[in-house]
Write a protein that binds this ligand. Sequence first.
Ligand SMILES: Cc1cc2nc3c(=O)[nH]c(=O)nc-3n(C[C@H](O)[C@H](O)[C@H](O)COP(=O)(O)O)c2cc1C
Length: 344
Amino acid sequence: MSPDLTTAYLGLRLKHPVVPSASPLTNTLDGIRRLEDAGASAMVLHSLFEEQLVLESAQLDHYLSYFTEAFAEALDWFPDQAQFLMGPEEYLDKIRRAKEAVDIPIIGSLNGITPGGWTAYARAIQEAGADALELNIYHIPTELGQDGSYIETLALDTLRAVRAEVTIPVAVKLSPFYSSIPNICLRLAEAGADGLVLFNRFYQPDLDLESLEVVPNHALSRSEDMRLPLRWTALLYGRIDADLAITSGVHTPEDVIKGLMAGAKVTMMASELLQQGTARLGEVVEGVRRWLEQREYASVEQMQGSMSQAKSGDPVAFERANYMRVLQSWRPDPAGQLYREMLR
Ligand SMILES: Cc1cc2nc3c(=O)[nH]c(=O)nc-3n(C[C@H](O)[C@H](O)[C@H](O)COP(=O)(O)O)c2cc1C
């Protein structure tokens, strides 16, 4: 019998756990249709940004020119207006049209870092028909005077403001750069997050030494990038009242299986689909099905959390033990220079 691939995420029953995350693919109706044709079980739309909502049209112009005049190099850092691909009305219209065009759940995405009037758009996203909402808190703290608890309070207040606007489920997509991931995740869940999406990938600009320019780096991920969310999913599974989703580094059926065993309800994909095309999604789902069949798993739910740390006793000791083992078991490559030097 074919294994049951269904999973429950944000109160939605999905036909399998492979979900396209926010990317240019989910920014057009054509991309949305192609992803459904490829077999997506749900998808997260490209984000609507706080900056778009707060500083529409002329105000946005002013804001951008202020920044770019103040710091010439800011041109390279700050998106120009054309990069805000659409205004809020267009975004809401896209949700409406996506809901008409496809049968799978559509998750809207708001990207912001401060509680404020813009969070009212969460309600508009719900009214446009979104089945759930992902709040992406992409915050790079640059102020010397803002301490960690201030940053965390900002995130929690932003979530509360969004939560107060909607009745649909809300997931929070967060960064891995908090002093205590378990604590911020716990508090986000307590503040009303139904799901936690681990993690935002921070784009790290490089410096071009020839042109002396800042080079924006939109490097796509590789499977190794999944280890960070994998670890935290395994550590959080069963201890927090929120569904866990993994984003970053999900490229293959094996990546999906690892994510599920760590405790994810869904694993999300962007880079792999941007590189390989939307049809790759169907191949990954098929690979997951085959993997389960070959090992006689009856369902995805049977494996979810099976390799989490919920039952492994003291997670701090576990992490320390693994850390020490990794450091102490390192050996130089016998074919390498260092090995020869050590033999001398
Ligand atoms: C070109 C591009 C555009 C993206 N746009 C968004 C966005 O609008 N909102 C968002 O929350 N994440 C956005 N992301 C992040 C992805 O949804 C995803 O979390 C990240 O790329 C890590 O997953 P991956 O390893 O599968 O690429 C974008 C990623 C890429 C590569």
